[in-house]
Design a protein around this ligand. Structure first.
Ligand SMILES: *Cc1c(COP(=O)(O)O)cnc(C)c1O
Length: 378
């Protein structure tokens, strides 16, 4: 007992202070805990693609199985991305999910005595990547649940090494316009790395997408991160990438595990890139599902944060019964679980009155809405 205490106390205080990441509840766990049939459960908690993955990606995974005894080689995927994005492969870094890139940016630039700037209600991995390096977190208050970039500029200190921006942001779904972001990049100090997390980029209407990859040539401190976890439907394989200046990529490659991305993920990602019809259909399904959910919120008199991602964050009205005025989002989350619908509570994002729901298939959205209405009226 005391030996293990001694050991754990040797861990840096900043590591011991990390609050563990809370993932969306897995279907298997909810089924076990509540005695429900797994097939009856609808999971709208982790912004996964409800259509699954492209059949082409699936076939590529099967075809890659016989080669699993070999260590992975990212060359083919780097070439495919280089071709698609119009940047040299030396400017692309592959990650075990784009999460990996966020951590790697932290490893490359943060240490005790430095700081990182990010927004209130921003993606939970930014505080994790910052704290794990012993760096200080500077949290800029959100503006209408979105990022306040003037606030970011004012918050940057001489010891700031990294700024994290999520566009669109999770869990709020808010978006920054290209002009606003470009103005920020022009004004931000050139010796501060700006990590622009575009996990939901492909869910934006084409006219709303930023020329972020082109910006890398003008702003050598910019690191754009993207993922195959969301619209490409490969969350379980863990694959994402970053685009940055070749010198920054070389720096990140020093702290990156040599084989951080696996064979199946590489094969699936290469194939997924060739199936842009799948991406387009997923985008269209998301638009329809977003309308389905917001129309229903209107009908139910619920407020929501306008979202540019594949999820919607809904405000649950306070209790009017015996706990009048108190948040009932936690109770609504639990009651939805019992009805077999998993959504995401947001108290760990300092949004205790909101629930985040991923846009699912039309019938999954309908199941959620039916359950939500029953819970709110019941
Ligand atoms: C889902 C998400 C990611 C992507 O995570 P992966 O590691 O690529 O699965 C990154 N940033 C934000 C804001 C996200 O919501």
């Amino acid at each position: 007992m005391s030996d293990i205490m001694d050991l754990c106390e040797r861990s840096p205080a900043y590591v011991r202070a990390i609050a563990p990441y809370l993932p969306g509840k897995p279907i298997t766990e909810v089924a076990r805990e509540l005695g429900l049939d797994e097939r009856s459960i609808v999971k709208l908690a982790s912004n996964e693609n409800p259509r699954g993955l492209s059949p082409k990606a699936q076939a590529a995974i099967v075809a890659a199985l016989p080669d699993l005894a070999r260590y992975p080689d990212g060359f083919e995927l780097l070439q495919a991305l280089s071709h698609r994005l119009g940047v040299p492969a030396q400017q692309i870094v592959l990650g075990n999910g784009s999460n990996d890139l966020l951590e790697l940016a932290g490893m490359a630039f943060l240490a005790p005595g430095t700081s990182a700037v990010y927004s209130q209600h921003a993606f939970a991995v930014y505080p994790l990547a910052t704290q794990a390096r012993g760096a200080a977190s500077i949290v800029v208050p959100a503006k209408h649940f979105g990022h306040d970039l003037d606030g970011f500029l004012a918050a940057i200190r001489p010891d700031t090494r990294v700024v994290f921006i999520a566009n669109p942001n999770n869990p709020t779904g808010t978006m920054l316009g290209a002009a606003e972001l470009e103005a920020f990049l022009s004004r931000a100090p050139k010796d501060v790395a700006v990590v622009l997390d575009e996990a939901y980029n492909e869910y934006l209407a084409p006219e709303l997408r930023c020329p972020s990859i082109d910006w890398v040539a003008r702003f050598p401190n910019l690191i754009v991160t993207r993922t195959f976890s969301k619209i490409y439907g490969l969350a379980g394989l863990r694959i994402g990438y970053g685009v940055c200046h070749a010198s920054v990529a070389a720096l990140i490659n020093r702290v990156r595990q040599p084989f951080n991305v696996n064979n199946l993920a590489i094969a699936a990602a290469v194939a997924a890139l060739t199936d842009q019809a799948f991406v387009r259909e997923s985008y269209e399904l998301n638009c329809a599902g977003m309308a389905q959910l917001t129309d229903a919120c209107k009908r139910l008199g619920l407020a929501w944060i306008p979202s540019y991602g594949n999820f919607l964050t809904i405000k649950i009205p306070p209790d009017r019964g015996e706990n009048a005025g108190q948040s009932q989002a936690g109770a609504v989350f639990q009651k939805l679980l019992r009805l077999g619908v998993i959504v995401r509570p947001l108290s760990n994002y300092a949004m205790p009155d909101h629930l985040r729901v991923t846009i699912g298939l039309a019938r999954e959205n309908a199941r959620f809405l039916e359950a939500l209405e029953a819970v709110l009226k019941g």
